[in-house]
Design a protein. Structure first.
Length: 117
């Protein structure tokens, strides 16, 4: 008996664009296989408001940190996120334990907690 596997792709799945996400670990030490380890995570979200990319921390209450800024491109936003996060982590004492900084692009300002009004 031969069984056939049929895969369907919905039109909704085809139309969705994947979210861009970058992450990097700063500070901390090296673990097994020389991989950097991090005790903390700063999850940043960004969304376009016209020609400006607005960035805000999504888990600021968990790590007791506030980060928000504007950028003109996704790559510039990530570079600036790393620089700001390094300064903030140094001030809070998180840098020595390591911090993973991630930046995820969202479709609307509301998804990153910014009121558009």
């Amino acid at each position: 008996m031969i069984r056939r596997f049929v895969m369907r792709t919905t039109t909704a799945a085809v139309r969705q664009s994947p979210r861009r996400r970058l992450a990097e670990t700063i500070g901390g030490g090296s673990g097994r296989k020389r991989a950097r380890t991090a005790k903390y995570e700063y999850r940043l979200g960004c969304a376009w408001d016209g020609d400006t990319l607005l960035v805000s921390i999504l888990n600021g209450d968990e790590v007791n940190v506030g980060i928000a800024f504007e950028a003109d491109s996704y790559d510039n936003a990530f570079a600036r996120a790393l620089a700001i996060s390094k300064d903030v982590a140094d001030e809070t004492g998180h840098l020595s334990d390591g911090v993973t900084v991630s930046l995820t692009e969202f479709g609307s300002l509301a998804e990153i907690g910014i009121d558009a009004d």
